[in-house]
Write a protein that binds this ligand. Structure first.
Ligand code: KE4
Length: 427
């Protein structure tokens, strides 16, 4: 038995499924999770000393690469001053200011501790502001595990085949309406049915929890105009896209302004951080200013702020990093498409900026239905072969591949070679 196998055998005795988040269990690829001991740059190292080129990047946060020296130093310095005070601090003001200055539509922002908490709070705020109860989400999109959003959810819920979770009372989901991603008519139909009852449309501006599905031309702009027409708020869930597609996130990348946006992942640089923000007139309803309650013992935690603020500051100071990252990613995913084509493999490659996905299906993937035509067994075979080659893709078909500033040309070359040989020997 490997050390990972030994540790995992013990883990399952104390933690449900042996993991603290379902997708880490490697269940859908039928193998034992690698117990990761440390990470550096683009690499993960497991408890057996094996090295992997990492395409999970902690599910998005590590855009600069793991264990960035400046982020580590900022965390270490913050720890010297104490871990948490339960009081206002200067660093959280600097963090809020940095985000408000970086995203035009964000005039005020509130820190929380996860993407789930960010989206959940933003929805409560949208309901409080509009005095409406219904929300529209998209099948296959994942916005964290709050009750009203576990309807046709993506990511681990889709991977585990439980997109509508047990334990969620009908009362929590009766106001959640499900639409089809990239299909404006499905949204228009819901607004037609409930013209004055929809508080917000919540959307991943790039859907990255059913694999990666890129918004069709005009889709996001169409959502913007439907929300304007019917007096609903547009909530961008930028937990993945925020500060990833570009420094201003999806709102800058696509030129579509949301009324509210949720953040996570990159803004914490690996520490537990989420945030939601938007127009001042909306955010001023949040307690203690207004009647929409939301709170958190560790929200704006000084150590987490030090990590996130440092990473965002580096990204702000180096816009050229995004250009280099996108060029690298365009080349990588472009060549992946060529490999798939040359192999005549029944696969699709979707990609945008530094996000991508290799789908094992003949069909172009543009929504939940087409994503679900993927052969998850074929994906599992691919993933296990790649792991043996020292390459660590997402251990589930319905997730994204994340590239970081730390991935080198040689590492991407090795990965493409691994994919090429997989298709050659599995033909
Ligand atoms: P967290 O509560 O996991 O910080 O964020 C929830 C969330 C919200 N919105 C989007 C668009 C997200 O992608 C996520 C979480 N992403 C998954 C990976 N697809 C987290 C990985 C996991 O669940 O272990």
């Amino acid at each position: 038995m490997t050390n990972s196998e030994k540790i995992f055998a013990e883990a399952v005795n104390y933690i449900p499924g042996g993991v603290n988040s379902p997708v880490r269990a490697f269940g859908s690829i039928g193998s034992t999770p690698r117990m990761i001991k440390r990470a550096e740059g683009s690499k993960l190292y497991d408890e057996d000393g094996r090295e992997y080129i990492d395409f999970v990047c902690s599910w998005g946060p590590m855009i600069l690469g793991h264990n960035h020296p400046k982020v580590r130093e900022a965390v270490q310095e913050a720890c010297e001053r104490g871990l948490s005070f339960g009081a206002a601090t200067k660093i959280e003001v600097e963090m809020a200011k940095l985000i408000c200055e970086s995203v035009p539509s964000i005039e005020m922002i509130r820190m929380v501790n996860s993407g789930t908490e960010a989206v959940m709070s933003a929805i409560r705020l949208a309901r409080g502001y509009t005095k409406r109860d219904k929300i529209v989400k998209f099948a296959g999109c994942y916005h964290g595990h709050s009750d009203s959003l576990l309807i046709q959810a993506g990511s681990g819920a889709l991977t585990a085949g439980i997109p509508d979770s047990a334990g969620v009372p009908e009362g929590c989901t009766k106001d959640t309406l499900s639409a089809v991603y990239n299909d404006l008519s499905s949204v228009e139909e819901l607004f037609g049915q409930f013209p004055e009852e929809i508080a917000c449309v919540v959307v991943e501006p790039v859907a990255a929890n059913m694999g990666v599905v890129v918004p069709k031309e005009g889709f996001l702009k169409g959502l913007r105009s439907l929300c304007d027409r019917y007096g609903a708020l547009l909530l961008f869930d930028e937990v993945i896209t925020g500060f990833r597609l570009c420094f201003g996130g999806a709102q800058e990348y696509f030129g579509v302004k949301a009324d509210l946006a949720a953040y996570g992942k990159i803004i914490g640089a690996g520490m537990p951080v989420g945030a939601y923000g938007g127009k001042r007139e909306i955010m001023e309803l949040v307690a203690p200013l207004g009647p929409v309650y939301q709170a958190g013992t560790l929200s704006g935690n000084p150590v987490a702020m030090a990590a996130g603020y440092t990473q965002l500051s580096i990204l702000k100071e180096h816009p050229e990093y995004y250009d280099a990252l996108h060029k690298k990613a365009d080349d990588f995913f472009g060549r992946m498409k060529e490999i798939v084509k040359e192999a005549g493999a029944p696969c699709q490659v979707n990609h945008i900026a530094s996000l991508g996905c290799l789908f094992f299906t003949q069909e172009p993937v543009t929504d939940y239905r087409s994503a679900k035509t993927s052969d998850t067994k074929a994906y599992a075979a691919y993933c296990n072969v790649m792991l043996e080659k020292g390459i660590y893709p997402a251990p589930a078909q319905f997730e994204a591949m994340f590239l970081s500033m730390a991935h080198t040309k040689e590492e991407l070359e090795k990965t493409l070679e691994g994919i090429r040989s997989f298709f050659k020997f599995s033909a």
